[in-house]
Ligand binder design. Structure first.
Ligand code: SF4
Length: 380
């Protein structure tokens, strides 16, 4: 029995597949993906972009392979990447085979678009030979003509039917190492399609709201769509699709998972919106602190609150707390209890150093416990 049952999320039971060394589905952590937008043929630029996504914490990265130059470059990209690489193939079966040979961990391809059964057989054989999984990716904007005629417009049932049709082709070739996505830019359509698919099969689901928009609007849209699915236990891996740099997609993905308590990575800063009662500049302090501690990956919660109205209460739930006090004398809390006072100057640096020290302690404790025990407030 959970201490706080209102926070429990019961995950849908899905079968587990491997994307390279990263498990997807079953009880594996929900993974965060993004996609490069450099020319894949330009391996150096692509690897550079992958590095930035890796630093932001990406678990799996996807790279488009529209031509032979791309699949040629893929080999060095795969070797340089620290995370598994998914090759995005539109429909050309030869690119899929080349990508598998180049070491892609997963092929994003719809078997129904490949063409003849022989070609499907060849792609499945290449995937099996090279230990690749696959992703079937249905998109509301590119549904098959016969389904559009049958249903009149893109709708959840049409998307689920399309996904299951593609799945059946792979099952007929005795291949079950795949995940499925049914994306739409419309939140209602995407969520309903994923719910339908979640009920109709046991395959792991890659969730996303496609073409969600720019950084702010896309993050809000994705948070609503992915948030409601994840809260209902649906989704094994995700991508937040933004018209923004890949690392921004990764950060947004982690924030969604963190808000639901599904993953914990880095410093979670709880801060107040500030008002006339604030005893220091909350907005500027939090902005600077967030940047200053962005390099820390250890899960930790820190509260930065403008005054005593909510400061002590929030600090009680955090690893490190900070509350603005009168006459420029503020209160610092450690593990929920008052620890020491701080005069105005150097709030950001003072807190950052405390956070770094705490992160080092948590990591040392984890190492000593062989990762078995996790400190309070900081469990992954
Ligand atoms: S905690 Fe204090 S400063 Fe912050 S919003 Fe509330 S009353 Fe205002």
């Amino acid at each position: 029995m959970s201490v706080r049952p209102y926070r429990d999320i019961l995950r849908r039971k899905s079968r587990q597949i491997m994307v390279g060394k990263v498990p997807v589905g079953g009880d594996a952590p929900i993974t965060v993906q993004t996609m490069t937008n450099t020319l894949t043929a330009d391996a150096a630029a692509t690897i550079d972009q992958i590095r930035r996504a890796e630093e932001a914490g990406v678990d799996i990265i996807r790279v488009s392979c529209p031509d032979e130059d791309s699949t040629k470059a893929l080999k060095s990209i795969v070797q340089a990447a620290r995370v598994p690489v998914v090759a995005d193939i539109h429909f050309h079966y030869k690119r899929a085979i080349e990508a598998a040979e180049a070491g892609a961990a997963c092929l994003r391809i719809n078997p129904g678009n490949i063409g003849s059964a022989d070609r499907v057989r060849e792609v499945v054989k290449a995937a099996k030979d090279h230990g690749c999984s696959m992703r079937i990716g249905v998109n509301a904007g590119s549904l098959e003509k016969d389904l559009l005629e049958k249903y009149g417009e893109p709708c959840p049932d049409a998307m689920v039917e399309s996904a299951l049709d593609h799945a059946r082709i792979l099952e007929d070739h005795d291949f079950r190492e795949f995940k499925i996505s049914v994306k739409a830019s419309d939140v209602f359509l995407a969520v309903a399609a994923y719910q339908g698919l979640a009920d109709a099969c046991e395959y792991p689901l890659h969730i996303g709201i496609t073409e969600a928009g720019a950084l702010r609007t896309g993050t809000v849209k994705s948070s609503i769509g992915l948030g409601s699915l994840l809260w209902a236990g649906v989704g094994d891996t995700l991508r937040v699709s933004l018209s923004a740099e890949p690392e921004e997609e990764v950060r947004a993905g982690f924030e969604i998972l963190k808000a639901l308590g599904l993953r914990h990575r880095g410093v979670n800063i709880v801060s107040c919106p500030s008002c006339a009662r604030q005893q220091f500049d909350v907005i500027r302090t939090v902005e600077a602190l967030e940047k200053r501690v962005a390099h820390i990956t250890t899960p930790m919660t820190v509260s930065v609150i403008g005054c005593v109205v909510n400061g002590p209460g929030e600090a009680r739930e955090t690893d490190i707390g900070f509350t603005g006090g009168g006459n420029g004398t503020h209160q610092v809390y450690v593990a929920g209890v008052p620890h020491h006072r701080l005069k105005d100057a150097g709030i950001v640096e003072h807190l950052a150093e405390m956070i770094e020290k705490k992160a080092a302690e948590i990591e040392a404790a984890k190492a000593a416990a062989g990762d078995a025990g996790a400190p309070r407030h900081a469990a992954e």
